[in-house]
Design a protein around this ligand. Structure first.
Ligand SMILES: Nc1ncnc2c1ncn2[C@@H]1O[C@H](COP(=O)(O)OP(=O)(O)OP(=O)(O)O)[C@@H](O)[C@H]1O
Ligand SMILES: [Mg+2]
Length: 244
């Protein structure tokens, strides 16, 4: 059976040149893959391509064996509901309140929900991530860490079975980070497929089943974590090049 997400010979360029160069990778269903590599190497771009948020110049991106470029609207909606993304910069709408930001995915994916049910769901996910302040303010009123909590809460709203997490504990204190790590650990146990980018070796060691290394827009390795970590070259690279 096809894996949940597969990239086949994917390339992506911007005006400045090639950002992702002929990457082929499959992300195994119900497994957690850490995408690691030096800054500017293309980790966020690979994650966005995998989630269908960027369109490749060449190659194919498959979701459960189907090219996402050719999915019909119903299939596309299912992909959007199952997959949830936490952006490196949180990407909260500047001109909406936190409540409105959290309300929108529920309105799209669960139009039958009442206002009361939506309110309860939003309360439960914000409590889950440990955000206890006002939801009627805009993102500009939050610290970077608080924005991350709201971005993470947004990703949890629709009960995703596929999670894309980009530097999802950055800017958080240890307690808040541990809380999110715990949530991801539980999602992993439930069988959620997780693709995450992190520079934190502790998190990679804790959560990853596979480690994919992206350097200069190219996939260098995608192997079980223990195999990558037992390779002295990558072990050293992960410690010095990434986790420092
Ligand atoms: N839309 C874009 N237009 C132009 N250049 C881009 C675009 N997106 C990414 N880049 C460039 O592509 C390269 C890879 O960016 P990307 O954000 O994927 O790296 P990264 O590995 O996630 O880095 P970091 O660890 O700093 O988050 C960078 O040089 C970046 O400037
Ligand atoms: Mg990045």
């Amino acid at each position: 059976m096809a894996e949940i997400i597969e990239l086949k010979n994917v390339s992506f360029s911007a005006q400045e040149g090639i950002i992702i160069d002929d990457v082929s990778i499959e992300f195994k269903t119900s497994k957690t893959t850490a995408i690691v590599g030096p800054s500017g190497g293309g980790k966020s771009t690979v994650l966005k391509l995998s989630a269908g948020l960027l369109v490749p110049d060449q190659g194919e991106i498959l979701y459960k064996g189907k090219n996402i470029a050719f999915m019909n609207p119903a299939e596309n909606l299912e992909f959007r509901r199952e997959g949830a993304f936490v952006f490196q910069d949180s990407a909260l709408w500047a001109n909406q309140s936190l409540f409105q930001i959290l309300e929108l995915p529920l309105k799209i994916h669960y139009p039958e929900m009442s206002d009361k049910q939506r309110g309860e769901r939003i309360k439960s996910v914000t409590e889950l991530v440990g955000y206890r302040k006002n939801l009627n303010i805009r993102p500009a009123g939050l610290s970077m860490g608080e924005q991350k909590l709201i971005a993470f809460a947004r990703a949890m709203l629709c009960g995703p079975s596929l999670l894309f997490l980009d530097e999802w504990t950055e800017s958080l204190d240890e307690t808040a980070a541990d809380r999110l790590i715990d949530i991801v650990r539980r999602k992993k146990k439930e069988g959620t497929t997780i693709l995450f980018v992190s520079h934190d070796l502790r998190i990679i060691m804790d959560l990853a089943d596979y480690v994919a290394v992206i350097i200069d827009g190219k996939l260098s390795v995608n192997e079980p974590k223990d195999q990558v970590m037992s390779d002295p070259q990558f072990k050293e690279f992960l410690k010095i090049g990434i986790a420092s």
